[in-house]
Every structure is written in structure tokens, then in C-alpha cells.
Design a protein around this ligand. Structure first.
Ligand code: NAD
Ligand code: UD1
Length: 338
């Protein structure tokens, strides 16, 4: 029996494939490569020394999905596939609703048809909206998302809850990621954003490699210890470990469960810049810029549920994430090209 990994060629998906293979799981990857390269799966094979099918398939293509489910014995799905750029989602909301929500509905329909009723879903801390005070826990009311991307995560969570309520055979694990950073320690797979990065860590690493002149720090007048935004940066390898345990949980327990995946620690923009400088010895020039619309001051997780129920907690620190990011970035300044 195999685990189907949608979006398995992407940043978090490829790292999770490594951990699944190392845990002895069989996997099948599908991806439409809209934001990734088949070379990442090639690198996963090199890292693990294991082979697996990589199929070009859009999750909105029900016929092709049906062929995949007919060809392989799938026991569960880890569903990463989706569009994730917040700014772009405000410009192209219909594409985001079609790809993320429409695609997920198609995927679930095909899973149901083939009797595969177990799914782990990539949700986001963004579903907590703006009204709560950190640390965020899973009991808090979700909603009040500020952009179409976040709203797709909110709606997909609800769709999956409704599915579980309609049929007790489904098992669903909603994983709310905080801020994934870092890369595989081999330097062979990592984050390769198209164009100008929106997120902090890829921006810092592109400044370090000389692709960008300086970092703009979006606001230094927040109600935080140094005035800059505070986030919960989690190493992508810890996140991948979280998926392996969440998958085992979903395979053994029916119903819908939700877990935060973070470190529980708040790190400011300037803390992350400093950690990167200390880890790499490279100075990151920055200027203070206006606040970015839609940003909140502080976001970090209460991770006690994942620790108590799944026995999972983040083990790698921000320094390790900076080292691994740099190892990936300096060897692959243009992402997957070789
Ligand atoms: P990514 O863009 O690197 O990976 C997503 C993958 O899905 C890409 O390989 C892309 O080509 C593929 N894809 C997109 N639409 C598809 C479709 N219709 N059919 C098939 N494949 C499709 O992003 P990531 O950072 O690895 O994120 C993975 C998941 O985690 C996404 O759902 C994202 O929204 C979610 N997430 C990411 C973050 C983050 O900061 N990176 C935070 C919270 C949640
Ligand atoms: C982003 C997404 C959010 C998603 C989350 C998880 C936006 C508006 N939000 O949020 O939906 O769930 O990632 O990955 O994109 N910063 C700078 N300069 C930069 C980039 C960022 O100062 O060039 C600051 C931001 O203001 C923030 C912090 O760095 O305080 C982290 O930003 P980012 O990496 O974009 O993550 P989030 O804001 O948490």
C-alpha cells in the first residue's frame, strides 16, 4: 500500500517525501509542476536511494486522478497541492478558489470513489485570523482570514469536517503550519520561489547570495520586544516529521483532528536576521520600511496538543534552519536548474 503525495515536488512536499521514505513508507507523487520542478523528486531519490513514481497530474483532472488510483494501491493521501502566494491570491481569487478548493473537491471525490478515506491536509496558521492573542491553540475559533489564499484554507478545513460528519469512515488530519523555513541538510532540496520572494527567509537568503540588495523590514513599531513582527519559524524537517506521525495517527483513528505544527517560540524579524548572520557569517543589510498590509504583530503556536497526542515536537532550532537554508541557497542560487 502506498501514500499518495499531492504537490510532492514542492518545498514541503519533497522534504516530507524524504521522511516518509526513510520511515519505510511507499509513496506515489503527483504534481502539475506549476510551482516546482521534477528535479526535486530526482533529488529525493538521490538522498534516500529509493525509487517511486512521479506523475504529472493536476488535481483538478478527475480522469487522470482516477488512473492514478487504479494503477496504485493507495491507502492514504497527504495533500500539499495548491497555490500559496498571498498577494497573487488577491489579484487572482478565482484561480485560487478553483485550484485549491475546486481541486480538493475533485481529489476527495476520486478518493471516495476508490474507497480511500484517509487524508492529511496542509492548512495554515492563517486560519486563526487577526482576533486572537498568541499562542494560538486548536480550540480557538477560526475565521476572519484577510486574503483569498487564507480563505481557501479555511473553507477546505470546513469541507473536510463536513465530510467526516457525513461518513464516519473518513479520517482527516488538518495540520496548521506556522512559518516553515530551512532546507534538507544535504542542500539538495529547498525552497525555490519564483520571482521576488514574499516570505522573510527566502528574501534574507537571496540578499545573502547577492540576488537582492537589501532586506526591507516591514515595520519596527509593532507592540513586540524590538518592534518588528514576531513569528514561529519551524524547520521544514520538523514539519516533515510531523506529517509522518500525523499520517500514522490518521491511519489508526477515524474522524477529523487538527494540530498546530510550530515550535511554540516567537522570533522577531531582526532576531531571524541576526540568527542568519551568526550561522553564516554573512552580513544582511536592511532598511526599515512601512508595515505590510494584512500583517499581524505576533503569531506563534501552542504546540501542546501535537506533543501530547502525537508525541511530536520540533527539535531543530532557528540557527540550524539558517545553516540549512544557506547550504541550499549557495549551492542552488537559481533553484532547480541542474
Ligand atoms: P509549493 O508551491 O512549493 O508546493 C505546492 C506544490 O503543489 C507545487 O509543487 C505545485 O506545483 C503543486 N500544485 C499546485 N497546484 C496544483 C494542482 N492543481 N495539481 C497538482 N499540483 C499542484 O508550496 P509549499 O510551501 O511546499 O506548500 C505546500 C502546502 O502547504 C500548500 O498547500 C501550502 O498552501 C501549504 N502551506 C505552506 C506554507 C508555507 O509557508 N510554505 C504555510 C502554510 C501552509
Ligand atoms: C505569510 C503569509 C501567511 C502564511 C504564512 C506562512 C503574507 C501576508 N502572509 O505570513 O498567509 O500563512 O506566511 O508561511 O504573506 N517580513 C519583512 N520583510 C520581508 C518579508 C517579511 O519584514 O521582505 C516580515 C513580515 O512583516 C513578518 C515576518 O517577516 O513580520 C514574516 O513574514 P512572512 O515570511 O511573509 O510570513 P507571515 O507574515 O507569517
Amino acid at each position: 500500500m502506498a501514500v499518495l503525495v499531492t504537490g510532492g515536488a514542492g518545498y514541503i512536499g519533497s522534504q516530507t517525501c524524504v521522511h516518509l521514505l526513510e520511515a519505510g513508507k511507499e509513496i506515489v507523487v503527483i504534481d502539475n509542476f506549476s510551482n516546482s520542478s521534477p528535479l526535486s523528486s530526482q533529488a529525493v531519490k538521490e538522498i534516500t536511494g529509493k525509487d517511486f513514481p512521479v506523475i504529472e497530474c493536476d488535481i483538478r483532472d478527475e480522469e487522470k486522478l482516477g488512473e492514478v488510483f487504479s494503477s496504485y494501491k493507495i491507502e492514504a493521501v497527504i495533500h500539499f497541492a495548491g497555490l500559496k502566494a498571498v498577494g497573487e491570491s488577491c489579484q487572482k481569487p478565482l484561480e485560487y478558489y478553483d485550484n485549491n478548493i475546486g481541486g480538493t473537491v475533485k481529489l476527495l471525490s476520486v478518493m471516495k470513489k476508490f474507497g480511500v478515506k484517509c487524508i492529511v491536509f496542509s492548512s495554515s496558521a492563517t486560519v486563526y485570523g487577526e482576533k486572537h492573542t498568541a499562542p494560538f491553540n486548536e480550540e480557538m475559533e477560526v475565521g476572519g482570514t484577510t486574503n483569498p489564499y487564507g480563505t481557501t484554507k479555511l473553507y477546505i478545513e470546513q469541507i473536510l469536517r463536513d465530510l467526516c460528519a457525513s461518513d464516519s469512515e473518513w479520517s482527516v488530519c488538518l495540520l496548521r503550519y506556522f512559518n516553515p523555513i530551512g532546507a534538507h541538510e544535504s542542500g539538495k532540496i529547498g525552497e525555490a520561489p519564483n520571482g521576488i520572494p514574499n516570505n522573510l527567509m527566502p528574501y534574507i537568503s537571496q540578499v545573502a547570495v547577492g540576488k537582492r540588495e537589501k532586506l526591507s523590514v516591514f515595520g519596527d513599531d509593532y507592540d513586540t520586544p524590538d518592534g518588528t513582527g514576531v513569528r514561529d519559524y519551524i524547520h521544514v524537517a520538523d514539519l516533515a516529521d510531523g506529517h509522518v506521525v500525523a499520517l500514522d495517527r490518521a491511519l489508526s483513528v477515524k474522524g477529523c483532528e487538527v494540530y498546530n505544527l510550530g515550535t511554540g517560540k516567537g522570533v522577531s524579524v531582526l532576531d531571524l536576521v541576526k540568527a542568519f548572520e551568526e550561522a553564516t557569517g554573512i552580513k544582511i543589510p536592511y532598511v526599515i520600511a512601512p508595515r505590510r498590509p494584512g500583517d499581524i504583530a505576533t503569531s506563534y503556536a501552542d504546540c501542546s496538543k501535537a506533543k501530547n497526542v502525537l508525541g511530536w515536537e520540533a527539535r531543530r532550532d532557528v540557527r540550524k534552519a539558517c545553516e540549512d537554508t544557506w547550504n541550499w541557497q549557495k549551492n542552488n542560487p537559481d533553484g532547480f536548474t541542474k
